[in-house]
Design a protein around this ligand. Structure first.
Ligand SMILES: [Zn+2]
Length: 564
């Protein structure tokens, strides 16, 4: 792509040459592009949904509806050719529908040449001009982006509110803009010594003129994002045996915020090391933490975050967004369909890394996450995790499902198959599925292969239904304990019995449909088959008290009957 940006009126012109290979076994008769910036227009689906949603995002609210023509976002396609032949196309909201001149055969590569013009909207959601901290350009979802076609067909989802899914590709992007602007983003800068601004590797030799052209190259990414501002400070920190991390933040921030950004740098190095050790090695030589956007949002090789909060806030958002690198960028689960595998796993690893680096209790954090999941169950507004991200009635129910129930899925997996097997599952999942857009079955099959246990019931009940877990202690009579299953969802049971002589014993009741047991030091009892509502076992000594799952990792929605 060659982009010519006018930083005064926020308009830009682009030329895009896309060499597209049909790696599917199907003949393609049309293609679709996303034109995300068209969402920022009065009457768009994003606008109307926000006006009608019971709990809209306060960042959107009724703001899109009030945008003037010179404040809206748009991408207008002026011409499009397939192998030199002009194509018919139609803009339908945020999607460009394209009729092909000739169908694309399996294995065939075609070249699409496009010319377009666009306007950067006032910053409302994720990208835009002049965000609330004064960053001039936050450029995410800013170019005509080919939709993904895979074994499920086309993913030409309109941009309503939720997130993204993209095609892997090699990007070569030249950005021409005012020479006083400093750019950070996806990709390696190819002409650092014509640019300077901290990128140079030798004496800087800038071409004459009012603009500079920044040429970035990124191989095997599914997105290209950048931000630019004339007041960016650009600093770097090297991760030993890892990437160079770039930081871009505004020099005009208050002094304490500038200090936070200095303190963040060695911590970001530790985060990168933690994720590389616990999930899999980061395969690029560069990662950038850039002030921009409206909160925190993850992109290929970079993140855009707000930069003026407390140090803990700045660290927390960096920890979360950097963890996304593994789940949103490198694994690249469809964020519209399987958001919980992205946000949930990211939230889990963000907190795991954060608790390790800032020395707080991961167990306490996890407990609070389980309580948030229990809260949404109680509201009655929960929808299954198979619901499309845009089709949740309540935004809060989406958020809890994606971030917190997704987190619980992974934490509870450690309860079901054992901590060691859960850790192995994550590493194998990343190793086997990086760069492949994995689906839910891929994580559960990986857990099955690692543990040797049958786990399809876990994926089905926990993610495809709103069934809940509720086991209770029904009765203790002498040395006989009777448990009951009150919720529909099955679970294996860890149970601890305190005896009157001051000793205690751990028991494990395998779930019959798992066809095996997790590794455990507990006394293994007979299987509990799901359909039986109660289960009875004997102890060898007089009982003082009994507790189901002292680890708290089973997401039982009613804890009042777990101890007796
Ligand atoms: Zn996230």
């Amino acid at each position: 792509m060659e982009i010519d940006m006018d930083v005064k009126n926020y308009q830009y012109h682009g030329k895009q040459r896309l060499i597209y290979t049909n790696n599917s076994p199907d003949v393609l008769n049309n293609v679709y592009y996303h034109l995300y910036f068209n969402a920022f227009q009065p009457g768009s689906e994003m606008d109307v949904r926000s006006l009608n949603a019971p709990d809209p995002d306060s960042r959107i609210g009724a703001r899109i509806n009030k945008l003037k023509p010179n404040e809206i976002g748009y991408i207008k396609v002026n011409s499009l050719k397939q192998n030199g032949v002009d194509l018919n196309y139609q803009t339908v909201g945020t999607i460009l529908e394209v009729d092909l001149a000739k169908p694309i055969q399996p294995g065939e590569s075609v070249t699409f040449d496009m010319r377009f013009e666009a306007q950067v909207p006032v910053q409302i959601r994720r990208s835009g001009r002049n965000n609330k901290e004064g960053v001039a350009l936050s450029m995410a979802q800013w170019y005509p982006k080919l939709a993904e076609y895979d074994f499920e067909g086309w993913h030409a989802d309109p941009y309503i509110e939720r997130e993204f899914h993209g095609v892997w590709g090699d990007f070569d992007v030249s950005l021409t803009l005012d020479k006083n602007y400093i750019v950070g983003g996806t990709g390696y800068l190819q002409n650092p010594n014509e640019i300077g601004y901290g990128y140079e590797t030798a004496k800087v030799n800038r071409p004459k003129g009012k603009t500079l052209t920044w040429r970035f190259v990124a191989a095997n990414v599914h997105d290209f994002t950048w931000a630019a501002d004339p007041n960016f400070i650009h600093e770097t920190a090297q991760v030993p045996d890892g990437p160079l991390i770039h930081f871009f933040y505004k020099s005009s921030m208050p002094k304490e915020n500038l200090e936070n950004w200095k303190r963040l740098q060695p911590k970001a190095v530790e985060l990168m090391q933690f994720y590389s050790n616990h999930i899999g090695k980061y395969p690029y030589d560069q990662y950038s933490v850039i002030q921009g956007g409206d909160g925190g949002m993850e992109y290929a090789m970079c993140t855009l975050i707000l930069g003026e909060g407390t140090f803990d806030g700045l660290f927390g958002v960096t920890a979360h967004e950097m963890a996304h690198t593994w789940f949103q960028f490198l694994l690249a689960t469809n964020e519209l369909k399987h958001y919980w595998m992205d946000e949930g796993f990211t939230e889990y690893f963000g907190e795991l890394a954060g608790s390790h680096i800032l020395n707080y209790s991961f167990r306490d954090k996890t407990k609070s996450v389980y309580d948030i999941y229990r809260y949404v169950v109680k509201t009655g507004r929960e929808q299954p995790q198979t619901t499309h991200a845009d089709r949740f009635n309540y935004r809060q129910a989406y958020s809890i499902s994606a971030y917190y129930k997704g987190y619980v899925f992974l934490a509870q997996l450690a309860y079901i198959i054992g901590q060691e097997h859960q850790e192995k599952t994550i590493k194998k999942y990343f190793k086997d599925f990086a760069f492949t857009h994995p689906v839910p079955n891929d994580i559960i099959r990986t857990a099955e292969k690692v543990s040797g246990l049958e786990l399809d019931w876990y994926l089905m009940d926990f993610t495809q239904t709103t069934n809940t877990i509720d086991y209770g202690i029904k009765d203790i009579a002498g040395q006989t304990v009777t448990l009951e299953r009150l919720g529909l969802m099955p679970m294996p049971i860890d149970i601890t019995v305190d005896y009157t002589d001051g000793t205690s014993e751990d028991f494990y009741i395998p779930l019959q449909m798992m066809r095996g047991e997790k590794p455990t030091n507990a006394t293994v009892l007979a299987d509990w088959a799901w359909a039986y509502p109660t289960y009875t076992f004997q102890t060898t000594k007089p009982i003082k008290s009994v507790e189901i799952d002292p680890s708290g990792l089973m997401a039982d929605v009613n804890m009042t009957n777990n101890k007796k």
